[in-house]
Design a binder for this molecule. Sequence first.
Ligand code: ADP
Ligand code: MG
Length: 318
Amino acid sequence: MDLISAKKLRRTFGATVAVEEVNLRVGAGEIFGLVGPDGAGKTTTLRMLCGAYRPTPFDDGSSAEISIAGFNLLTQTEEARAVLGYLPQRFSLYEDLTVLENIRFFAEVRGLSPSEWLPRCMEILAFVGLDAYIHRRAGHLSGGMKQKLGLAAALVHRPRVLLLDEPTTGVDPVTRQDFWQLLIRLVGKDHQRGVAVLVSTPYMDEAARCTRIGFMSGGRLVLEGAPAQLCARLEGRVAELVGQPLPALRHVVENDPGVSGVQMFGDRLHLRAQPGQLASILERLAQSLPTQGYEIKQLRPIAPQLEDVFMDLLEAGQ
Ligand SMILES: Nc1ncnc2c1ncn2[C@@H]1O[C@H](COP(=O)(O)OP(=O)(O)O)[C@@H](O)[C@H]1O
Ligand SMILES: [Mg+2]
């Protein structure tokens, strides 16, 4: 069953079209990743799905349809909100209150009674790994712990649909890893009941862990699929080059007529070939680069990665 189903999401701000005709479906047990550059429309999409923004009608008077766990968000707002958990991009907790006081506040807002809130808060704080810190003031938590408290707050009423807006941006890699383990456990743990997660992220390693990914650019969902499916689009078209000096090499490779794009990945380059061109490019470069004085340590075809796919899409859209 689709826990999130949105048709023709659209939102404008004055002359800015933030989101343009986005269709989304996320099923129980899925983690759907929204990725895309700043300003792509990810936050606006999530805000429409949690009911914070109303979709903008089209010129013909028609408007988006949003269904959350079978409830129409626009007409059955209370029922839909009751099954929704939302962690905003800039989540604010009460810095002067302790961890437990913060989570209690969110539990009470969500209507949990005095007999329910304490066991539920302890359960959810244990789930996110904050049970040892219940009496610490939120203002004294690390960035990663604050994000986990935010996740706990979004989960306190056992939502079936979880919307997370860049929950790990600016958090250290170890905590990002922990956070994703939690999401994966959540979807697995609640599998019987069925939970759907929609999460925006700027990190490709996180996108790679999603069941499906939607790539947004300029307010549109330009490509959607499982990570392996998306990578398959560039199968046989990506190579890796390690050598010296890298910036100059990049320039030379970019000017090869068969190359459609080049990206720097730390100490190496990824080059994307036009369809059917990879073998001839590699042959050409292997011959010409050493004679031009470049030191080539590695030049070989590799399996495409999500970064390659997204760069390809972004450049194609320009
Ligand atoms: N409240 C707002 N008022 C005016 N413009 C907005 C507002 N919210 C978002 N926008 C614009 O809509 C576009 C999409 O923004 P946003 O959804 O925040 O993108 P993302 O989350 O992908 O970075 C941007 O051009 C942004 O400037
Ligand atoms: Mg955003």
